[in-house]
Design a protein around this ligand. Sequence first.
Ligand code: PXP
Length: 241
Amino acid sequence: MTRLSVNINKIALIRNARGGNLPDIFQISKDIESFGADGITVHPRPDERHIRYSDIPRLKKIVSTEFNIEGNPINKFMKLVLKNKPHQCTLVPDAPDALTSNTGWDTIKHRNYLIDIIGQLHDAGIRVSIFLNPEEEMVYAAKETGTDRIEFYTGPFAENYHKDRDEAISPYIKAAEVAKKISLGINAGHDLNLDNLKFFNEKIPFVDEVSIGHALVSDALYYGLHNTVQMYKNLLVKDNK
Ligand code: PXP
């Protein structure tokens, strides 16, 4: 079954708006796990506008499912990850001032850089995933970096889902088949939501993990966090055919 990792950045954003500890992201992380999530994801950005670097050690202690830290592997980020040793680190080539991640790695151009960074993470016993556009040549080159998994950037899929969902999913199916053939694990994330998640997961049934934040936290305003986590989990259940 595809696992659900909940990205709690948006919850931290609300907390930061008032400078205090409301909502309490540590309690919420525990609750999200108890509601059925399989993991907690955070994306500390250089300006710390949502998750702060100082949140990480406590989260590492608290998270009892899988802890995933994602981000651009600048020095400060690498120090944080190597010190706190999450289960997984997802490398993302986002600019410091990016509103959100908006493209995957060029694994051909950045091959040697990624080999070095991934080697450091592996030496610390951390599983690595790298953010990728659904392009077959990037998947082949990703394998050469030594990464354990790739995470498909699903923003374009989500954007085109309502225009033509078969066309929107098509490059992902092709790239996922390549990844499967060369034994790369597959994660997916960005703009997945209650509308498009089931289709994505049915079309690519061997996805290991989806990481979802923005839509899930927004849905929780209507349905409550407990219901919302369960609703997303239910969409990941495969029909027995
Ligand atoms: N994966 C990566 C690498 C991301 O940067 C993000 C957003 O922080 C997500 C997944 C989750 O995207 P969303 O918040 O749109 O669900």
